[in-house]
Design a protein around this ligand. Structure first.
Ligand code: MN
Length: 240
C-alpha cells in the first residue's frame, strides 16, 4: 500500500518524522511536506505561482522525502500526482489539538480533506503542544492501533484523530461545535505599540461524546468527518 505523509508544521517538525515512522508499518511511505510552517492556512492552494519539489535535507530512515514551497493541500495534490496509486494520506502529527471549531482553520486537517477530494482516504493526526515537546514514545502504541484500524478496517473517508499525551484507550467521537476558542488578545510590543494575537483561550467543559471530551478523558479521539456542509434541515424547509 502506498502512503503519503504530510503536515502543516513543515518538514522539519518532529511530528512528521514520528508519523512517517509509524506509517512504514502499513505500507510504502513517501513524505511530501511544506518547506516552512503552514499552520492555520486551512485549505489554501497555490494557483498564481509554480510549485517546486525539492529533496529534503532531513534524512528520514528509508523514506523518500520532499519539501515543497506550498501549502499542505498543495503537498497532497503534488504527492498524489507523483504517486497516482496512493491509497492513504496521513497528515501530522500536528503540534496542537485540532478539535471543535479549530478544525476550520487547520492546515493539518485540510491536507487530509484534499486527499478525500481526490478520492483517497485522509487521516489527520494532532496532539497537545504545551510548554514541553510532545512525548511521542508514550503515545505510539495507541496511535499505531488507531492507524491500523483506520487504514485497514474503515471505509474511504475523512478521519480526524487527536492524541492526548498519555492515551489510555481509543474513542469514536463527534466534533464539538458548542464553543469557539479563537479570540483576539491585545498586547504591547517592546516599543510600546499595541498589537493583537489571534489565540486560543480556555473554554468551559466539553460535551460528552465529543472530540474535546475524549482527549480531556485521556482517550485518542477519532472523529469521522464529511465534506458535504449542506444544512439539510434548512434545505428541507425551503423545499416544502
Ligand atoms: Mn500545525
Amino acid at each position: 500500500m502506498k502512503i503519503l505523509v504530510t503536515n502543516d508544521d513543515g518538514i522539519y517538525s518532529p511530528g512528521i518524522a514520528e508519523l512517517a515512522r509509524l506509517a512504514t508499518r502499513f505500507g510504502d511511505v513517501k513524505i511530501v511536506a511544506p518547506d516552512v510552517e503552514q499552520s492555520s492556512v486551512s485549505h489554501a492552494i497555490t494557483h498564481a505561482r509554480p510549485l517546486f519539489l525539492k529533496s529534503s535535507n532531513i534524512k528520514f530512515e528509508n523514506i523518500e522525502a520532499f519539501r515543497v514551497n506550498g501549502t499542505p493541500a498543495d503537498c497532497v495534490s503534488l504527492g498524489t500526482h507523483l504517486d497516482s496509486n496512493t491509497e492513504v494520506v496521513l497528515s501530522g502529527i500536528n503540534y496542537g489539538f485540532n478539535i471543535g471549531n479549530a478544525i476550520w482553520h487547520s492546515g493539518t486537517l485540510a491536507a487530509a480533506k484534499q486527499a478525500v477530494l481526490l478520492g483517497i482516504k485522509g487521516i489527520a493526526c494532532s496532539t497537545l503542544a504545551g510548554k514541553k515537546e510532545p512525548d511521542f514514545e508514550r503515545m505510539s502504541d495507541y496511535l499505531e492501533k488507531t492507524l491500523f484500524q483506520l487504514i485497514n478496517h474503515t471505509e474511504f473517508g475523512l478521519y480526524n484523530v487527536n492524541i492526548p499525551p498519555e492515551p489510555k484507550g481509543i474513542c469514536w467521537t463527534r466534533q464539538s461545535v458548542q464553543f469557539y476558542d479563537g479570540r483576539i488578545v491585545p498586547g504591547m510590543d517592546p516599543m510600546g505599540r499595541k498589537h493583537y494575537w489571534h489565540t486560543i483561550v480556555p473554554l468551559e467543559p466539553a460535551e460528552e461524546g465529543t472530540d474535546r471530551w475524549a482527549v480531556e478523558q485521556g482517550y485518542i479521539s477519532i472523529t469521522p468527518l464529511r465534506l458535504d456542509l449542506t444544512n439539510e434541515a434548512a434545505l428541507s424547509k425551503q423545499l416544502k
